[in-house]
Design a binder for this molecule. Structure first.
Ligand code: SIN
Length: 532
């Protein structure tokens, strides 16, 4: 049994930022199921949306965020993240991160990118590998901190709460059970301050821009522990994932459209312009739906992103990662349009939190993509999420440090060790892979960009059966990372379907043919799911 003043599960921008700040106040564990760098953050290409230019303003960034969010953003969350953003971004620069600059009339200025839904250029970036650079900057600071223990290849199984153990009338967090993959043992981590920073759940869909780690672990664990979950129907599909038989999950950043890239159908027509005046730079929900409709209408397997009007020199300098990767797949983006399709990209809902990341379960905080502060509403504005990760991590640390300890702190109660019981190894991995595949396919087919009640009900019925089967594996066989991820995926898939079924209108990222219009004020509220 190990005890920490703070434990963080997840090692992306939010988790690592929190860890560095918390290390000034006590001993910190960062628990991460693969290597430290394996996070959604490291895959972020676009950058950090932040007001830094004289031509921009907080008011404009707030307005763009609210407009993208389709009436469901929490205004306080939007104002807080936008206004506190510049100070938090400066902290990254102080750690050594160098955002791209350009020469303007003899002096250096930040080179600001533009993405869908933004009325101004405001995206700070490091070429097209912004997330990777941020991740490595934070990770090296974390590795150098004497107060932080980075537990790699450790996967959290479940949260330990006072109510679950019958210790207190008022529930609060006591720690987590964590599987150490190298030994196969489940360790007990004690803490009164547990922060979930596990990112999103893209792997719940067949096609995603997310890395393999994005299996919705935080939402699933918080749900099992009794925390309230919000707005899970709002899954953002990124319009432009590379369409190539051998390319898995490769994103073509929206910044390519920000530099003039235009989506075209197989006749070369700028079809998004016909549905929105911003054309290819319209908010993501609009663009993804336009592509989906165009592919269904023409029967085409993909559409094309055309940036051939830019010079090869510019493309190589601005998008080195995308340029090289496309070339490896035989596509020269300077000479020919890139074949693209939409793919699951971002979870706008998550564990319901306040503006400090506090969940409904005392002592449990959720920051970054796993949390739902209300910043994104029904549709996230591009590149707002890295900013949110920085701001909410800072606020969560300040809030937790200021909080008095619970009446029955984790250090004072005796926590039971994990009981593996008389279980055997699951000898047929094929059952896990089959269920995993089935979930991802049914979510893609029935719970995708365009939904109907009938498809959602079908998905719901199938998921209940799968959940029962997976629960049996969980109790009868030795747990592995694959099994834990499958269990979490099934839970999150069911939460997405239940949330989608309960919203009887179309809004932002949730579009259903049964209720194609956006409803009135009576629909303008979060979809909340809780056990009580
Ligand atoms: C992108 O580069 O297109 C992704 C940016 C984001 O999702 O915020």
């Amino acid at each position: 049994m190990k005890q920490f003043d703070f434990a963080i599960i997840g090692s992306g921008i939010a988790g690592l930022t929190f860890a560095l700040k918390a290390a000034e106040h006590g001993r910190v564990a960062v628990i991460t199921k693969r290597k430290g760098v394996d996070s959604n953050t490291a895959w972020a290409q676009g950058g950090v949306a932040c007001v830094t230019s004289d031509e921009d303003s907080f008011a404009l960034h707030i307005r763009d965020t609210l407009e993208a969010g389709a009436g469901l953003c929490d205004r306080t969350a939007v104002e807080t993240v936008v206004r506190e953003g510049p100070a938090r971004v400066q902290e990254l620069v102080d750690l050594g991160l160098h955002f791209d600059e350009r020469n303007v009339s003899g002096h250096r200025e930040l080179d600001l990118g533009r993405e869908g839904g933004h009325s101004k250029r405001r995206v700070l970036h490091v070429h097209d590998v912004t997330g990777f650079e941020i991740e490595n900057t934070l990770l090296s600071a974390v590795r150098n901190s004497p107060n932080i223990e980075l537990l790699e290849n450790h996967m959290a199984v479940d949260l330990i709460t006072a109510a679950k153990l019958g210790f207190a009338t008022e529930d609060h967090i006591l720690g987590a059970y964590v599987l150490d993959e190298s030994s196969g043992r489940v360790e007990t981590i004690r803490t009164d301050r547990l922060v979930l920073a596990t990112g999103g759940c893209g792997k719940v869909y067949l096609y995603t821009t997310n890395p393999d780690i994005a299996t919705g672990d935080g939402v699933a664990m918080a749900w099992r522990a009794g925390a309230t979950i919000a707005d899970m129907e709002f899954i953002q599909f990124h319009p432009t994932c590379l369409f190539h038989a051998e390319a898995k999950s490769f994103l073509i950043s929206e910044a390519v459209r920000g530099e003039g890239g235009i989506l075209r159908n197989n006749k070369g027509e700028d079809f998004v312009r016909q549905v929105h005046p911003m054309g290819s730079l319209a908010p993501r929900d609009v663009v993804a739906r336009a592509i989906d409709a165009e592919m269904k209408r023409t029967g085409a397997k993909c559409v094309y992103l055309d940036i051939t009007q830019q010079s090869p020199e510019f493309l190589r300098e601005r998008f080195p990662h995308i340029y090289e990767t496309c070339l490896r797949y035989g596509i020269d983006m300077a000479k020919e349009p890139i074949p693209v399709v939409p793919a699951a990209h971002y979870q706008c809902g998550g564990i319901k939190t306040n503006i400090d990341g506090a969940t409904s379960l005392p002592g449990l905080y959720a920051i970054g993509e796993v949390g739902c502060t209300g910043l994104h509403g029904a549709n996230r504005l591009a590149s707002n999420s890295l900013l949110e990760g920085l701001v909410i991590a800072h606020r969560a640390c300040a809030a937790l440090v200021a909080k008095s300890p619970p009446t029955h702190p984790a250090g004072a109660v005796s926590l039971p060790e994990w009981k593996a019981g008389d279980v055997q190894n699951l000898d047929e991995l094929v059952v896990i892979y089959h269920n995993w595949d089935e979930i991802r396919r049914l979510m893609w087919d029935y719970v995708g960009i365009v939904r109907t009640d009938k498809r959602l009900q079908r998905a719901s019925a199938r998921l209940r059966n799968l959940q029962r089967e997976i629960q049996e594996f969980y109790w009868n066989f030795r747990i592995t990372v694959d099994l834990l991820e499958l269990r979490n995926l099934a839970t999150v898939a069911a939460l997405i379907v239940d949330s989608a079924l309960s919203r009887k209108e179309s809004r932002g990222l949730h579009f259903t043919l049964d209720y194609p219009e956006t409803g009135g004020d009576e629909f303008r509220h979060d979809t909340l799911l809780s056990h009580t």
